[in-house]
Design a protein around this ligand. Sequence first.
Ligand code: 13P
Ligand code: SF4
Length: 303
Amino acid sequence: MTSTTDEIARLKKVHNAIILAHTYQPGEIQDIADFVGDSYGLSVQAAAADAEVIIFCGVLFMAETAAILNPDKKVILPVPEAGCPMADMISAGELVELKRKYPGYTVLCYVNSPAEVKAESDICCTSSNALTIAGKLPENKGIIFVPDKHLGSHVHEQTGRPVVLWEGFCPTHARITPAMVLAAKKNHPRACTMIHPEAPKASRDLCDKIFSTGQMCDFVKEGPHTEFIIGTEIGILHTLNHRTPQKKYYPMSDQITCPNMRRGTLETTLRALKRESGLLVNVSGDIADKARGSLTRMLEMSR
Ligand code: 13P
Ligand code: SF4
């Protein structure tokens, strides 16, 4: 009998498809993906993809980004309901209103946002390149940062740039409390504590490193530390254990899970490849063109 993974491998060849998976995806999906990465790595991979079909195992804004950067390819999100609550906390109309209130400001938009919001922005960023990009924006202008107030405040703290924040946040990272950080540090006193910038400032301030998921994966390879407390979605422990198995990783807490990232299975991936289910992500017209401009500027400026 053919196993699900064999069938996925066969269908990938038949349809000239690749599978991209975020580091928060369940381990069984990461294991069959052609590329596992953070939001930035996946955008680069999507832009460079030499395939007709991209099966995007992640959430809607990521698949939308891939579709915008690849207008000639079919981008499929295996679980159509996998959205991101933070991305849904801002609309294009609300951003237009904010721009009216702060004329002349540069709009820096976290990729965790709808295509329509990217289209109304000057440039996008991910948590990997937010500081680099903010540091390159015109110094005589303020920055409107949407939608994540925590990443926006991190940008302000690290670059000293004036930043207008929007009240968006990630419900998963918002669960990382200072008490949780202190308890994890007490349990693992020798470990280096890493936290994602989507976490609140009071918790970030207690940690050794504030890193995107991609930066966490790179950092553990180098340096003297052998143990790490991981302050982000627990799916990344699979990536870390797979890529750098000689080090030890402890979740900040088992409660740090993103329900939307956990919806996918091997079965949903297979059904997406068979085109029995899944969402064919389509962004077209003016919105796609303008959003592509903001994303392309990000890719150029983060080099
Ligand atoms: P990164 O992949 O940029 O670290 O972002 C994490 C995240 O929450 C994506 O939804
Ligand atoms: Fe959205 Fe947070 Fe889930 Fe990332 S972890 S997809 S920001 S809800």
